[in-house]
Design a protein. Structure first.
Length: 252
């Protein structure tokens, strides 16, 4: 939104720019549970795992994707995400404070990065790196279970405030173009997770998908720390910027 105001002002239309941007904010906040929208400013609320927590960024508070989106949209980041969190952890630990924040009527958008660690639990199962995946890999059961938990999370957030847009992150393949042993398995499994997230989003009002996968396809070597001397499968600052762009596209 801040970028939109700057662009319109540069075109010599500052007053119109403010009016149009405020109208767009109003449209984006209207949902099944409310008629009008809250004013500009407020909180960007983040839930989930290490990606939303900013792991891999040089400074999570400024170059993590949550911080970048908040700065671009003129919001204050409130990041409840924690490294290693599964969808069950979001339910058990992060959901209650998130609901409280929504009911306080200061949240303008919610972003969730969750499900990756649920799938990571399959890594010790050697069957889960085979192609095609055999029945010995419980991928379907894992996806169904995490979908159920995410749906409960979305239901609670929607009940707390139906106006606020919720963005689910469809994980990119951080191993793309790195030659890492996980590159191929991730390419097979992550689209299944993305499809699960899209199905969940389609069933609820004002839930969007941030798809950063195209930005990382063939560029995991440049956008992550996978090939660093100390390998780390998290996005670097450029990778967090790419994810932030995907989130902002979903919000707009």
């Amino acid at each position: 939104m801040r970028r939109l105001r700057r662009a319109l002002a540069a075109a010599g239309l500052p007053a119109l720019g403010i009016a149009v941007s405020m109208a767009l904010v109003a449209c984006s906040r209207t949902g099944s549970g409310g008629d009008a929208t809250a004013p500009a400013g407020g909180v960007l609320l983040a839930l989930g795992d290490s990606v939303a927590a900013g792991n891999g960024a040089s400074d999570a508070a400024t170059t993590g994707f949550v911080a970048l989106v908040a700065a671009d949209e003129g919001l204050r980041a409130e990041d409840l995400a924690r490294a290693g969190a599964t969808t069950q952890d979001v339910l058990d630990v992060q959901l209650d404070p998130a609901v409280a924040a929504l009911r306080a009527d200061g949240v303008r958008a919610v972003v969730i990065s969750a499900g990756g660690n649920d799938l990571a639990a399959l890594i010790p199962n050697a069957a889960c790196v085979q192609d095609p995946l055999p029945a010995a890999c419980p991928l379907d059961e894992t996806l169904a279970a995490l979908a159920g938990r995410l749906d409960r999370i979305l239901a609670a957030l929607r009940e707390a405030d139906a106006r606020v847009p919720i963005v689910l992150l469809a994980y990119p393949n951080f191993f793309s173009h790195t030659g890492h042993p996980f590159e191929a398995p991730a390419a097979r499994v992550l689209p299944r997770l993305a499809a699960t997230l899209r199905s969940l989003a389609a069933r609820r009002d004002n839930v969007r998908i941030a798809d950063a996968a195209p930005a990382f396809e063939g560029h995991g070597d440049a956008l992550t720390h996978v090939l660093d001397t100390r390998s780390d499968p998290h996005p670097n600052d450029a990778g967090h910027r790419a994810i932030a762009d995907a989130v902002e596209a979903a919000l707009r």
